[in-house]
Design a protein around this ligand. Sequence first.
Ligand SMILES: CCCCCCCCCCCCCCCC(=O)SCCNC(=O)CCNC(=O)[C@H](O)C(C)(C)COP(=O)(O)OP(=O)(O)OC[C@H]1O[C@@H](n2cnc3c(N)ncnc32)[C@H](O)[C@@H]1OP(=O)(O)O
Length: 172
Amino acid sequence: MSTKKFARESAVIMTEMVLPNDTNTLNNLMGGKLMHWMDVVAAIAAQKHSNSIVVTASADNISFQEPIALGNVVTLKAQVTRAFNSSMEVFIEVTAEDIPANKKVMTHRAFFTFVAVNENNKPSRIPELVPETPEEIENFQGALRRRQLRLVLAKRMKPEDAVELKSIFNLD
Ligand SMILES: CCCCCCCCCCCCCCCC(=O)SCCNC(=O)CCNC(=O)[C@H](O)C(C)(C)COP(=O)(O)OP(=O)(O)OC[C@H]1O[C@@H](n2cnc3c(N)ncnc32)[C@H](O)[C@@H]1OP(=O)(O)O
């Protein structure tokens, strides 16, 4: 296994069209359907980074501010932001496009965490991630704080051990 990979090597773009079966009674995309697409595109990015089977460990806050209408074309972009031991954070950005009206809106952004597992479903070591662009470097740096927040919320880390997270609030 290679020990280092570039962030860009995990990039994935997936395109879907909102069909009648995907919508609620207001003819907008169902939230659960969108989350399913986000899970799939992010899992593919995580697989590309780890060359392994991956499972979803967590999905950070997703808010639904912009409805996505029937007939819109939805583009989901995903890329790994940082790799830890067996887990990796994936950034997902969603845009919705009404092609006949020539309108394109960025509707959702989220971070999901995936864990690479071996044939016995046990977490397995993954390559380090190397960010290159300013945006990749910013996402890489923020990933450690976001990891600490989600592990504290999942009761997998003591708040006092979340050193980088506490530092942004100037707490001891
Ligand atoms: C059969 C082949 C098919 C191939 C086909 C390919 C198809 C390609 C497309 C696939 C597209 C669909 C892919 C969907 C993928 C699912 O939807 S999978 C289904 C939903 N997810 C699950 O069922 C996962 C259930 N949970 C688990 O199995 C275990 O809790 C986990 C996540 C593996 C962790 O295991 P554990 O024994 O607790 O391990 P532990 O050593 O404590 O932690 C391991 C890592 O997980 C991290 N972690 C644990 N919990 C959390 C959390 N809540 N938040 C963040 N990180 C966490 C830890 O921080 C640690 O990170 P590292 O320090 O190692 O980096």
